[in-house]
Unconditional design. Sequence first.
Length: 313
Amino acid sequence: MEISALPTLEAHLLTALATPPTEVRRLFHGRGRCWQGLEQITVDWLQGQVLVSLFKEPDADFMQALTDLLAALTQTDAWQTSGARSLLLQHRDRQGSPMDVLWGQSSDYQDVIESGLTYKLDLGRNQNNGLFLDMRYGRDWVREHAAGKRVLNLFAYTCGFSVAAIAGGAEFVVNLDMAKAALSRGRDNHHLNNHDLKKVSFLGHELFKSWGKVRKMGPYDLIIIDPPSFQKGSFALTKDYQKILRRLPELLTANGVVLACVNDPTLTCQFLIDGMAAEAPDMVFSHRLENPAEFKDIELEAGLKALVFERHC
């Protein structure tokens, strides 16, 4: 990280805050490597709470320059008129990903709006707050294609896809994730949107030990696969993704659709296309979903990959 690059960050934030988003949004995406010297910084607008995240520990001089910049930012007209209530700095490279409150007062829980739907975020307790903002178009796509369908949401996390599916008229959604606390937050998210929980199931199980239960609740018209790159003791992307793909034929309806995702910068779309061809050859690649413009990446294949496959029997 380079001190000389900080004026670029300042200019970007002043422009963004001059017309603040009405919904949750990323304001600055250094991780896309489009701004040299700022590759380890992101800034998110969380309905009035502004979250600055550092993905790598900088040297002391850079940290001081950054905190000085952020302190000065809170004194600008753009900040004062934006409606911002707090300025937070999260150190994601430190043990426990601690968060500093640089200005205002932080709320541990924050309700945010995305595409008209409400989600509850956890701030200051976990590395991730409960909603991956680069997947917005994926959730929108699910909402647009869920009407009347039975949906399986694998690696459901806080059930963002499930909320979108029910909002789009899904008949039923099965959420599976081994993190029961995340599923509990998913239940909260459905409650926030006044959804009928009789249409939603939450399975707090390890996927590879639960195929029988998952299959029994199917078949499914739409399956969403959005795994972490690595989950200690349970999932390694390059080794285990294929195990999921080969199960698809027994889980899907005759005209089923799959949204398969990967967010490892070292893997390209071809990883999913080749894997599907080998393990579930009747699933045909349809198209890749675009990523939101604010997540611009210097290399298209390094960003989120969300691919749609359709079953052709």
